[in-house]
Write a protein that binds this ligand. Sequence first.
Ligand SMILES: [Zn+2]
Ligand SMILES: [Zn+2]
Length: 358
Amino acid sequence: MNSKMVLVALVAGSLAATASAQQGAGPAPAAPPAGAAPRGGGLPPPEPIQHVTGNVYKIFGGGGNTLVFVQKDGVTLLDTKMPGNGPAILAEVAKITDKPVTTIISTHSHPDHIGSTDYIRSKYPDVRVIMQENALAELASGPFSKPELKPTETYKDHMTVGSGDDRLELYHFGRGHTNADTFVVIPAARLLFMGDVMAWNMAPFLPSGGAEAIADETEKLVSTVRGQVDIVVEGHGYVNDWAGLERLARFDRALVTEARKAYDAHEAPGVAVAALQKNPDFAPLLDTHIKKGLEYGNTPLARAHMNVNVAYAEFAGEPVGFGVANGAPLPATDKHLGSDPKDTAPPTPEMLADEVSK
Ligand SMILES: [Zn+2]
Ligand SMILES: [Zn+2]
């Protein structure tokens, strides 16, 4: 499955399609038990706006988190969820301010983060839309190539937007979750918005590979913004903190280190995950619960297995993509052992019934 098909699967919001693509021709996932939130037909809808700190609010659901920063003369939105959520986003913003939306900053080009930019633009035609410049190539083809989703401004490595208490600092540190990841710091709030490099407090999804790249990227972020940030808002999920981000950076690096050791010793990928599990610091990142709103449909522990598989494929010079090492079990080759299908299997009904918020 190539990266464009990933986007299509994400747009469809279909766990069934995603899970079957991840798992190959395995048995279909069992239906969730009665009373469980529907997971196969789409994402959970946006929830009521929540206060984070100062003039910063968050809207959960409908795709990635939308951060709402109320400024002197207007509102900046960070990410705009899946298509179709524009009215809900603006209705939630209207609960806290009547100021216009003046700026949209997107953390990356995936549809669950830019999908409602066109609607908001239709209501505020002069809105600035800012993305890292590599997003232009990612948006150049497919259903997300329409002009209303494209940025009005791009930057390369760093950009300052606004001044005084309204100031935002945008950073790009190379390839990671995508080729165009943007991290946003709001200095007045001592807050960092992560995009999908940190989501649901687990290692990030790597649809285009980059197990080593993500460790490099996260370390650069930590060293650049250290001392400026207390609150870390994840791209999906919840509000974390500086210690949580430092733990993720250590984990992303340790994952590559342990994967390399196991690969060189001709051990299976699960051996690397078992080594990570020996470190109690990493326990939250290896949790076995399904997280509320996780449309990619698996646990932090399964994600760790996927990312070790990605690292193995990269060490071996094999292709990495959605469903290739990144969800489907890694097949054994002459260069490495394969992974256990159980490690990345779809969640069971019991796991779905045990979904947690954090
Ligand atoms: Zn996302
Ligand atoms: Zn993403």
